[in-house]
Ligand binder design. Structure first.
Ligand SMILES: C[S@@+](CC[C@H](N)C(=O)[O-])C[C@H]1O[C@@H](n2cnc3c(N)ncnc32)[C@H](O)[C@@H]1O
Length: 279
């Protein structure tokens, strides 16, 4: 059973979570927060959520625990070939032309969760003989998700957009050889190894700047968890990570149009992309 969570403790706990990772919670989420935070707090030997709050806020070891709490709260929903028209666009109109022009394009999948998104891109590139011709970077705030990505083993839900025959790059794992009951699909090792996996918090502008600039940044289905002020801040940080003629792609249900950023939304080949150029 969850520990008691007063509205006051809910407010200070969710504020510290939001400060760390941007994730925003409303009072309607109180039961979810009580369950998840109680599980972490009790695991650390606390029987009061206020004491746990003091620990994550002020104790020298609290920062690491706060990261673990964020991991337990973050929604990591993702699957292979999600919103595939954006991936095809990147290959056909960003990566292939850059390679043809003799450059090594750089692509960053920010907030990649367990990696299905950049791995789908790697599969498309390998199909086209372009794997290795582009520099792929993928990141998330969650260490656990990145570890799963590096293992290259996935559950059936990750392949749900593919139908029964999977595709080159993916192979079924026999239940007897899977380390866990949910791991059913294996990604070819060369695809996993073609990606530089990094832990990056999108709120950490310095960490983002250290990645350099990219021809394309994919930041899909994460901005929805942030409040407007945080979206505006992250959009400014992402804008700094886009090369002058580069593009930013966000999720189909997300928009930056109501924010004042230096990014302009354009439709290219049926895909909405954000480009620098608005003052
Ligand atoms: C719903 S998944 C999206 C995965 C993938 N981009 C897609 O569209 O399928 C959201 C991911 O955002 C990550 N995330 C949340 N807050 C973050 C932050 N502040 N910095 C980096 N990643 C974050 C979560 O850990 C989670 O893996």
């Amino acid at each position: 059973m969850a520990l008691r969570l007063s509205n006051e403790v809910f407010t200070i706990l969710t504020a510290v979570i939001e400060e760390r990772a941007g994730l925003h919670y409303k009072l309607a989420d109180k039961d979810l927060i009580a369950d998840r935070v109680s599980a972490r707090a009790e695991g650390r030997g606390f029987d009061s959520l206020l004491d746990y709050y003091y620990f994550i806020r002020y104790d020298p070891a609290g920062g690491e625990e706060l990261d673990n709490l964020v991991e337990s709260l973050a929604v990591g929903e993702t699957y292979f070939f999600r919103e595939p028209n954006q991936l095809d666009y990147l290959v056909d109109y960003v990566i292939a032309p850059a390679v043809l022009a003799g450059r090594t394009p750089r692509v960053w999948a920010a907030a990649c969760s367990t990696g299905e998104e950049p791995l789908s891109l790697a599969m498309l590139l390998r199909d086209r003989g372009l794997l290795g011709a582009a520099n792929l970077v993928a990141s998330d705030v969650s260490r656990r998700s990145l570890d799963a990505a590096r293992r290259g083993l996935f559950g059936e839900r990750s392949a749900r957009a593919l139908g029964p025959h999977l595709r080159p790059g993916l192979a079924p794992v026999e239940p007897c050889e899977a380390p866990g009951p949910r791991e059913r699909v294996r990604v070819d090792r060369d695809l996993v190894d073609s990606i530089e996996w990094r832990r990056v918090n999108l709120l950490d502008a310095e960490a983002v700047a250290s990645l350099g600039t990219f021809d394309a940044v994919l930041c899909r289905n994460v901005l929805i968890y942030f409040r407007d002020e945080v979206v505006a801040r992250v959009a400014a940080t992402l804008s700094g990570a886009i090369a002058p003629s580069g593009v930013l792609l966000i999720g189909a249900s997300e928009s930056l149009l109501r924010f004042s950023t230096d990014l302009a939304c354009e439709e290219h080949h049926g895909v909405f992309v954000y480009k620098k150029g608005r003052s």
